[in-house]
Design a binder for this molecule. Structure first.
Ligand code: ARG
Length: 274
């Protein structure tokens, strides 16, 4: 038990309102086009997340939603930004392919000069997680293993490849969350990874917070931390106590409508690291 709360640091996020959100196709096991989506509710839940970031002192920039791209609300997938360098996404499914161009336009218009348009498939921060020492990189469902070398070359940071084996946790950010990027502290759900990747995670992060199945299934690892405040789904009840014990302040944000698309807090949030 830590006696004091941790310090947060101001963050810069990119989000996209769910104006045209919908589940019109299925590219992950959570998506069922037969289940209706309450769009006004989705919008209110998304606004709640955006407002909380702003209330915590973070900057939120907005991407213009496009009517032909119902998954665009999941802005984390459009790029990975480290040290002001933008590694654009290249989507695995044609349904989302157009999102890459929308992100590219946004970065160009907003003065980001160093942008890499990738040769290999990578779904942005869906599969890349950044700590002070490493870039953790998921593969198995969406991002190509070849994108890991491409990311290492572009960022000049060591990339650790991790094999995802459970289709419910198809992106790294559904199974692993960086809690303190300066101190390399993470939480994750071991069963989402292959035995070798699990062993590698244990070796690199011996003190990690280990999530249980019920909390992972509630998208508890699809969380965003500023070093102190951890925004996560309220249903991931088992994570709140362990987070508090470590000096974090968990904040529940219900994105239940967006869960129908297979995403939650982190999926809606791309971090822009200068
Ligand atoms: N429906 C989207 C897809 O399957 C959800 C993306 C969730 N985003 C994330 N960062 N995990 O691609």
């Amino acid at each position: 038990m830590r006696s004091s709360l941790r310090d947060s640091s101001p963050r810069h996020y990119l989000m996209c309102p769910p104006t045209h959100f919908g589940v019109t196709y299925s590219i992950n096991p959570w998506m069922d086009p037969a289940k209706p989506v309450d769009l006004p509710l989705a919008m209110n839940q998304w606004k709640d997340l955006r407002n909380r970031y702003r209330a915590l002192g973070h900057t939120v920039e907005l991407l213009e939603p496009r009517s032909d791209l119902p998954d665009m609300v999941f802005a984390a997938n459009g790029a990975t930004v480290v040290d002001g360098r933008v590694l654009l996404a290249r989507f695995a499914h044609r349904e989302r392919a157009g999102e890459a161009a929308a992100h590219l336009d946004w970065f160009r218009t907003n003065g980001w000069a160093t942008i890499h348009e990738p040769s290999h498939i990578n779904e942005g921060e869906g599969d890349f997680a950044v700590t002070a020492s490493w870039v953790l990189a998921g593969r198995g469902f969406r991002s190509s293993p070849l994108s890991h070398g491409e990311a290492q070359e572009f960022f000049g940071r060591p990339v650790i490849g991790l094999d995802l084996v459970d289709p419910r946790y198809y992106h790294l950010d559904t199974a692993l969350c960086v809690l303190d990027d300066a101190a390399d502290e993470i939480m994750y759900y071991p069963d989402a990874f292959s035995p070798g990747s699990r062993a590698a995670l244990r070796r690199i992060f011996p003190g990690a917070l280990i999530a249980r199945e019920a909390d992972a299934a509630a998208f508890g690892l699809n969380a965003v931390s500023d070093g102190r405040h951890v925004l996560l789904p309220p249903a991931a009840v088992g994570l709140y106590g362990p987070l508090r014990e470590r000096g974090y302040e968990p904040i529940g944000v219900d994105l239940g409508e967006l869960l129908k698309g297979g995403g939650s807090v982190k999926c809606c949030t791309q971090e822009l690291r200068r």
